[in-house]
Write a protein that binds this ligand. Structure first.
Ligand code: ADP
Ligand code: MG
Length: 237
């Protein structure tokens, strides 16, 4: 489904992502972990068109998407969440999600966007009531809203950026189970970024580890968790 080769991103003289290659098969959840600053969000920004790669190729369903605009990437079926939720606070929860649906559905149909919003809100367990306000949401609610916005764009591939950060342990377990359910119920393919291993390792099929912009390990969670380079990177974190 996704084939990334030799991906590089430089900011001036600083190399944030340094020649990363990986593949994602339809229906799988790939975990992408690495310490803060290791380049995870920068990779998501290139996959979702927010940033153009300095070098490398990103093929989605056989077509090159490196450097393509965020809007056409959403229309081709890649949806993402942002690590730091920034909802429109004056709009209701429903309106935030419907707006994402409107933007993401190529047809720009209001009825389709409303239907997508209703379905996405039900999936993440947020109220479908059209007037419920964003202000009442805590950290876990805001993460659910991020997820609902991405789902409302109708993605085939979902990029989830730190869906667990800022949550307590119980909320983390619930959020992890939710991603697992979304994958199973919708047959969705997911790349899930976290800086900690934690519950992610329970859900993902494969995991890839980044350090200083480079891939240092990849494989089954059980094997990667014991990889000496991974243990070293995660010592003391
Ligand atoms: P992660 O998501 O793994 O915590 P990021 O991908 O956000 O890491 O950042 C990787 C590195 O690139 C960090 O050192 C960060 O400061 C740097 N970086 C990210 N975005 C920019 C940017 N727009 N300009 C300059 N440096 C950036
Ligand atoms: Mg990040």
């Amino acid at each position: 489904m996704l084939n990334v080769e030799g991906l590089v991103k430089r900011f001036g003289g600083f190399t944030a992502v340094n020649g990363v290659s990986f593949k994602v098969e339809p229906g799988e959840i790939l975990g992408l972990i690495g310490p803060n600053g290791s380049g995870k969000s920068t990779i998501f920004n290139m996959l979702s068109g927010t940033l153009s790669p300095t070098a490398g190729s990103i093929r989605f369903e056989g077509r090159e998407i490196a450097g393509v605009s965020p809007h056409s990437i959403i229309n081709r079926g890649i949806g993402r969440t942002f690590q730091i939720p920034r909802p429109f606070r004056r709009l209701s929860i429903f309106e935030n999600v419907a707006l994402a649906g409107f933007y993401g559905q190529g047809s720009h149909s209001q009825s389709k966007a409303f239907a997508a919003a209703e379905q996405a809100l039900a999936l993440v367990g947020l109220p479908g009531d059209r007037h419920a306000r964003v202000d009442g949401l805590g950290a876990a609610g805001l993460k659910k809203l991020e997820l609902a916005k991405a789902l409302a764009t109708g993605p085939k591939l979902l990029l989830a950026d730190e869906s667990l950060s800022g949550l307590d342990e119980h909320e983390m377990d619930q959020a992890a189970d939710m991603l697992d359910r979304i994958r199973k119920e919708l047959g969705m393919t997911i790349i899930w970024v976290e800086h900690i291993m934690g519950v992610l390792m329970r859900i993902v099929d494969r995991v890839m580890v980044l350090d200083h912009g480079e891939k240092i390990a990849e494989g089954l969670p059980s094997a990667v968790a014991h990889d000496p380079r991974v243990v070293e990177v995660y010592l003391g974190t």
